[in-house]
Every structure is written in structure tokens, then in C-alpha cells.
Design a protein around this ligand. Structure first.
Ligand SMILES: [Zn+2]
Length: 310
């Protein structure tokens, strides 16, 4: 019996450094995730606010990425809370440098208890329902007005107005590499980490944001034929050129991205080959340069005269 107890103790001793390393490994994983979220917050804030003057729908863009520990596997929540804190509710996962969120004093881990005094009380227990409830409330606000966040401790944060193209942003651990559903742009952590250059990541985010601005999901409706999807892909590539230029990113980064990525983001026959995308992007860059030379306030024609999907 004593021998068995000693064996168990020895086994526990032998295991503990491994367990500690595994725990450190998971915390490091979430630290790396938070790093990509900070990158995405910065890129998304620049892209959404810089093109606000021509975006057809605006929302407040405080310059944050929201998170919730429920997004992560049960066994990982301890490690994740080492990075994000243990807030029971939607929290700030990242803030963009110089953004209204940062200037208000919001930092990673701050829980959002209320927006403009209205408590965030989500119904349901889905992994992102509490984040989505906060976003829905945010989208009811006047994008040109100042507003407030109440933290879990009752502290009031005053957010300056920052109207931007309507979209929220999220880094996900699984799923399609990059996607847009009309209100949200999602990029996987794997894809974000594989893109070292911010301009190239901005190209991917701008493309997905363009899908949301152009309401492609709604406009496609039930008819998602290959030809119609191809048209939305070209439109998103073209509008992304303007988003990139407005935000001070190099629109040619999209070309570099496609040249490096031999495999398409979505391996579907409906998506245009990258050679055709590069031609379309180059043509739009030329058209934009000419339009802006004629008028510094030139707007993308795609937004003002949306062609029907055929
Ligand atoms: Zn696309």
C-alpha cells in the first residue's frame, strides 16, 4: 500500500512538469491569439473609419475586438483567462492603438456590463451570443454620437464617436480561413499567423469587409450559382482596392497575397483563379488612380451604382 502511494507520488512528480508545460503552452497559445486580435483590431479600425464617407451603412467603430471565454474549449478556459481575465460575459479582447476604445481606457479583459446604460443581458448560452448581444446594441447607436460603456465594476468609460463602415470582426480558431456573413468578418488564427505583413492581412480583411459593404450575402439570396459568386468575388476584390488606399495600406498587397497563396482561400470551382483576380485588382487600381486624379473625393462606382448580379 505504502509502495503504491509512493509510486503514485512519484508518477505525480514526474507528470507535474509536463502538466505545467502543457498549461504554459495553452496560455502561450492564447497570448498568440490575443496578439493576432490586436493586429486585426488595428487593421479593421483603419479600414472601417477611413472609408466612412462613402460607406452606405455606418456603425460606431470603437476599435475593439470582443471576446468571451465561452468561445474556447472547457479545458482551455483556465489558460485563456490568464490572458483575457476571468470576466463572466463579453469582454474586450483587443483594442486598436489610438482608437476611441483605447483612449477611453478600455483594456483587454474589461467586461462590458452595459452600453449607454442598458445592461447586456443575452438570452441563450451559445459561445458568441453575449458578444453578439453587445454588437446588436452597438448597432442601434447613432454612429456620430458619443456613448458609454459600463464595466463589471461599475466604472464608466466614455467613447468618442468614430463612424465606420458597418461590420464587426473576429479571429476564430476553426472554420473557413476568411469569411463574411453580412455583419461579421471572420479570419482564422491560422491564416492571420501565416501572413506576416500587415498590408497583406489588411488585403484579406478589406476583401471580406467589401463583401459586407456590398451586401453580397443578401444579394445572392438563394441563387448561389457559380457565375454569381464569381461576380461577388471580383466586386469584393475591386472595392477592397479603395478600402486599402483610403486606410493608407498598399492596394498592391492584395496582388502579393494572391501571388504567394497558390491555394485559393476557398477551394471552390465558383471562385475565380488568382490570375484573373490579379488582373481585376490591377485594373481597379488604375481606375481608382484616374478617378482620384480627376477628383480627390472620387467614390468607388461599385457603391454608387451597384451592378445587378447576373
Ligand atoms: Zn470573397
Amino acid at each position: 500500500m505504502q509502495k503504491l502511494a509512493a509510486l503514485i507520488a512519484a508518477a505525480a512528480l514526474a507528470l507535474s512538469p509536463v502538466a505545467a508545460a502543457a498549461k504554459g503552452g495553452r496560455a502561450a497559445f492564447y497570448a498568440a491569439l490575443a496578439e493576432q486580435e490586436t493586429r486585426l483590431a488595428a487593421i479593421a479600425h483603419r479600414l472601417t473609419t477611413a472609408s466612412a464617407r462613402w460607406c452606405p451603412a455606418l456603425t460606431p467603430q470603437p476599435g475593439w475586438i470582443l471576446g468571451d471565454l465561452r468561445q474556447f474549449p472547457n479545458g482551455d478556459r483556465g489558460a485563456a483567462s490568464e490572458i483575457y481575465g476571468d470576466a463572466d460575459g463579453p469582454f474586450i479582447a483587443a483594442v486598436a492603438p489610438g482608437s476611441p476604445a483605447e483612449r477611453a481606457g478600455l483594456t483587454r479583459g474589461t467586461r462590458i456590463a452595459a452600453i449607454n446604460g442598458d445592461a447586456i443581458l443575452p438570452a441563450g448560452d451559445g459561445p458568441t451570443i453575449r458578444i453578439d448581444t453587445a454588437l446588436v446594441k452597438l448597432y442601434t447607436l447613432d454612429p456620430a454620437a458619443a456613448w458609454t460603456i459600463t464595466g463589471a465594476d461599475g466604472r464608466l468609460y466614455h467613447i468618442a464617436p468614430a463612424p465606420g463602415c458597418a461590420s464587426a470582426f473576429r479571429i476564430e480558431l476553426r472554420g473557413a480561413q476568411a469569411a463574411a456573413n453580412g455583419i461579421l468578418v471572420r479570419v482564422t488564427q491560422k491564416l492571420a499567423r501565416s501572413i506576416a505583413e500587415d498590408d497583406e492581412l489588411a488585403a484579406v480583411v478589406a476583401h471580406e469587409l467589401a463583401h459586407n459593404i456590398l451586401r453580397h450575402r443578401d444579394r445572392l439570396g438563394g441563387d448561389r450559382s457559380a457565375a454569381r459568386i464569381r461576380q461577388t468575388e471580383f466586386e469584393a476584390d475591386r472595392l477592397a482596392v479603395w478600402l486599402m488606399a483610403d486606410a493608407g495600406y498598399d492596394p498592391a498587397a492584395a496582388i502579393r497575397f494572391w501571388q504567394r497563396h497558390k491555394r485559393p482561400l476557398i477551394r471552390a470551382a465558383s471562385h475565380p483563379p488568382r490570375s484573373e483576380r490579379i488582373v481585376a485588382i490591377k485594373a481597379e487600381m488604375t481606375a481608382m488612380t484616374a478617378a482620384r486624379a480627376a477628383s480627390i473625393t472620387a467614390r468607388p462606382s461599385l457603391v454608387d451604382a451597384v451592378p445587378p448580379l447576373e
